[in-house]
Design a protein around this ligand. Structure first.
Ligand code: ZN
Length: 260
């Protein structure tokens, strides 16, 4: 019985995360169009029909409706479903790593980590779609870093300050030397994230982001979908690297440094 209760509790946490990221799906679509994200019911982008409650259940609706609008049959992007799955996984991951708190939800450390993952999701997709990362997201990450001074005291202020500069400064210098090497949004993302995560994790995040970006580029070049001159959004790969760094950056870097 206890095992069943435990399973139900984790399922509840998964649904919580999926629901929050389901809302972020709306933010990702509406923010670049300067539409309001709070008011305005969810609607099909093609036929404009207001969605029924049964079409709004995270993850489940997509599967039941086989990814199509009930009204016009327009295909719904797989992206929404994937983001909801990621949200559920993010919430469960934060619970497992940072512990759970009252109401069966997350500890304060877990909430902070989950909020950061939510910002990374929006940043990644908006950069992918529009090649722009709004400053409000950098400011949000910076503010999370201030909360982290209390919630993650294992990273001292000095380590955070070094983290803020360790990757962003070289990126900035490189951008001054090579026109368009990095976008300003990417540089600010790494500065704010370095302040939040500390120096070891931000170094790992950059490494992981470059590897993931390179794999993508080589893959696209082999399929002749990207030429050497093409620019591509680096933000999503940085965000993926930062996500890995949040969970495993400190541990992996400690392991790596133990060999030196
Ligand atoms: Zn429709």
């Amino acid at each position: 019985m206890a095992a069943v209760m435990e399973f139900v509790l984790w399922l509840f946490r998964f649904v919580m995360g999926a629901s929050v990221f389901s809302f972020l799906n709306v933010v990702i679509v509406r923010l670049p169009k300067e539409e309001t994200v709070i008011a305005g019911r969810s609607h099909c982008p093609r036929c404009g029909r207001i969605l029924k409650p049964k079409e709004l259940i995270p993850c489940v609706s997509f599967l039941v409706l086989r990814g199509k609008c009930l009204g016009c049959g327009q295909k719904i992007s797989l992206r929404y479903f994937v983001n909801e799955l990621l949200g559920g996984a993010a919430f469960v991951g934060c619970g497992l790593i940072y512990g759970c708190g009252s109401l069966g939800l997350l500890s304060l450390r877990g909430w902070l980590a989950f909020a950061y993952l939510g910002i990374l999701l929006v940043v990644a997709w908006m950069d992918w779609d529009t090649r722009i990362i709004y400053d409000r997201f950098h400011i949000g990450i910076f503010l999370l870093g201030i909360l982290a001074l209390w919630l993650f005291p294992e990273h001292m202020i000095l380590e955070r300050l070094i983290g803020a500069a360790a990757v962003s400064l070289p990126m900035l210098l490189l951008s001054l030397l090579v026109e368009g090497a990095f976008g300003g949004g990417d540089i600010k993302l790494m500065a704010a994230s370095g302040w939040l995560l500390g120096v070891r994790s931000i170094l790992f995040a950059m490494f992981a982001g470059v590897v993931l970006g390179a794999v993508y580029c080589i893959g696209m070049m082999l399929r002749k979908k990207l030429s050497r001159k093409d620019q591509f959004a680096f933000g999503p790969f940085l965000a993926a690297g930062l996500c890995l760094a949040l969970f495993w950056g400190d541990a992996l870097m400690a392991w790596y440094l133990s060999f030196l």
